[in-house]
Design a protein around this ligand. Structure first.
Ligand code: CA
Ligand code: CA
Ligand code: CA
Ligand code: CA
Length: 405
């Protein structure tokens, strides 16, 4: 049975519909009647159940439905988009909304109960029925000029947000108004950034794809991406690739990578967008499920990083500046509730680096798990003894995204 395309998040639900399933038994798959009268490339609606009665078809957004207002009883989505339907005109969802995914092969459509649809629109991902396709990100202006995290150089730490359709969005901390950078980013296995790699003084993005290629995306000071450049191949032997700032003390930003055997390697940047001979740091890193290059967290101005293990413990690795580290230090437990750990420097404006995270469905509130999509801020203290304060919830509107960087 297909999944019902009627869910409402955080608002009152529309009148409950009745799901009749794929209906394949009632209507031969190729007969151009009922649901199957809907041509490819269109969203169709009928005044009767199961694709009966009068039919309308559209492939364009409809802020009002004219003669079809409050008359739609069944629908079929033969497009490749998600179609959002709203119980009010102009995509207003005060009284509810729902969505219809593209019908899969053999599926007919959806039959509802109350005919209450008054507007509809086509989107790529379900969250776009009611949210922007990126997470709501706002930061406070930092009094300290950031060496990383601020992609457009305005003093506000920024993020990159990937949606489920694979689009990557630049979200400036100053306004939260996202800008599309491009599509196809679901082919990337690692997306990471931490300062400048090619020597122009602006932070760059590094990504590795499923074929193992590593790409450098030079970014201008206004967060415009230049044409990407191939850095190297063979990175699909790595489980994780993370930009961490300067760990060698030579003044160039470096990468850390763990391979699938659990070895941690440091790739020293050369300041021209490439890397020197890698250096083995240690083994046993297969127990680490996340690495994030936080910048200096313990106040010695040398870059540090965090690692999370399979049990959910977060560890701080304090850099010594010569590709060596102080003994790891336990920060706290319970970090398995995060999908993304976000290190973009100072986000609350006090001049000290912070750590943000977006939760997965293990996050518990009021005794219940399932709170996926919450952004939490851990303010940095600048002290190695207790590097992070208790978390502060920022927003619950980060659901159904595909990573924050
Ligand atoms: Ca910025
Ligand atoms: Ca650069
Ligand atoms: Ca440090
Ligand atoms: Ca801070």
């Amino acid at each position: 049975m297909r999944r019902v395309g009627r869910t409402v998040r955080g608002i009152a639900a529309a009148a409950a519909g009745v799901l009749l399933g794929a209906l394949g038994a009632a209507v031969p798959a190729h007969a151009a009647t009922g649901f199957y009268a809907c041509p490819r490339g269109y969203f169709c609606a009928w005044t009767g159940e199961n694709g009966t009665g009068s039919m309308m078809k559209t492939n364009k957004n409809m802020p009002t439905l004219g003669a079809w207002d409050n008359r739609i009883v069944s629908v079929s989505n033969q497009t490749t988009s998600v179609v959002c339907t709203y119980t009010d005109a102009n995509y207003v969802y005060d009284d509810g909304y729902s969505f219809e995914r593209p019908e899969l092969a053999g599926e007919g459509g959806w039959t509802g109960g109350t005919p209450d649809i008054s507007s509809l629109k086509f989107v790529k991902t379900e969250r776009e029925c009611v949210e922007p396709p990126y997470g709501p990100w706002y930061s406070q202006k930092s009094g300290v000029k950031a060496a990383f995290g601020d992609l457009d150089g305005d003093g506000y730490a920024d993020v990159l947000s990937r949606d489920l359709a694979g689009r990557l969005w630049f979200v400036p901390g100053s306004t939260g108004a996202g800008r599309l950078l491009g599509a196809g980013w679901n082919a990337m296995t690692a997306i990471t950034r931490h300062g400048d790699f090619d020597g122009d003084g602006h932070e760059d993005l590094i990504a590795t794809d499923t074929a193992g290629k590593m790409w450098l995306y030079p970014v201008t000071g206004s967060a415009v991406f230049h044409t990407r450049r191939l850095v190297g191949a063979g990175w699909n032997t790595m489980a994780k690739v993370t930009a961490v700032g300067d760990l060698t003390g030579e003044g160039y930003n470096d990468l850390l990578a763990t391979d699938k055997a659990g070895t941690l390697w440091l790739y020293p940047g050369n300041g021209h967008g490439n890397f020197g001979a890698r250096k083995l740091i240690s083994s046993g890193w297969q127990v680490m499920t996340a690495l994030t290059g936080s910048g200096d967290m313990n106040g010695d101005k040398i870059a540090d990083f965090f690692a999370r293990d399979t049990s959910g413990k977060l560890w701080l690795f304090g850099g010594k500046g010569h590709a060596t580290f102080y003994p790891r230090q336990l920060v706290s437990s319970g970090w398995n509730v995060f999908d993304s750990l976000i290190s973009v420097g100072d986000t609350d404006g006090d001049g000290r680096n912070d750590l943000n995270g977006v939760t997965n469905n293990r996050y518990v509130m009021d005794g219940y798990a399932g709170y996926q999509g919450w952004l939490l801020l851990y303010r940095g203290t600048g002290s190695g003894r207790t590097p992070l304060r208790s978390p502060v919830q920022q927003s619950g509107d980060w659901w159904e995204l595909n990573g924050t960087y």
